[in-house]
Unconditional design. Sequence first.
Length: 289
Amino acid sequence: MEKVAFLGLGAMGYPMAGHLAKRFPTLVWNRTFAKALRHQEEFGSEAVPLERVAEAKVIFTCLPTTKEVAEVAEALLPHLRPGAYWVDATSGEPEGSRRLAERLGERGVTYLDAPVSGGTAGAERGTLTVMMGGPKEAVERVKPFLAYAGKVVHVGPVGAGHAVKAINNALLAVNLWAAGEGLLALVRQGVSAEKALEVINASSGRSNATENLIPERVLTRAFPKTFALGLLVKDLGIAMGVLEGARDPSPLLRLTREVYEMAKRELSPEADHVEALRLLERWAGVEIR
């Protein structure tokens, strides 16, 4: 059976690599190597030095940004084998992905940008949505290896996956902030946020923010740390690049980026993205309850 490798065992990568290890011989690497050793113990993967990752037919990366992916790729370049596939689950930059695809192509390695959506819960359940950019035949070749996916969509050429991911997260940001503003106004009117959501979620104003994020994290005051505010702001910056390339009107998405930049400064990059609504509450002097 062909080996796979997974680089980057963060909140998403750790369970994603776990699903791979249940089905394939899986090599794992992480900058903090103790985490790779823990993964080996938990899932039966094999923790290896970086150069041994090149033994794999399919190499997966899930790192903070495209910059880190490029750095790892350069370090691995002398060891990579022609005919391998590089599947990048990082929420990266379309233009950086295209440069990386060219660089890896010089070694006969096919790069595919394949960011995911579904959060840590989806990663743990193995139900993530994967948006893939790259040649169709390569996408079909690696699909059987996507053990962590519930849905795989080939969205276009290299870079398209990262573009879709950035815009998707920009829409998440819009929906979350808009729902927060609306609920605060209703609380001022004497409406409980819970009752308001009961109506909204059976009506046309519903979104993932109103159906899941706000009931589970804001009303409960739990605010679990699953996706850092700083990472959402990074994705909003990537979305701005996509918008610049299109040169179409996009005032709402641009304003949303500014709002979340403000939230990141007022809270912290490490705060969960849903905690952005804490800033709204602070300004209003009222909690969403």
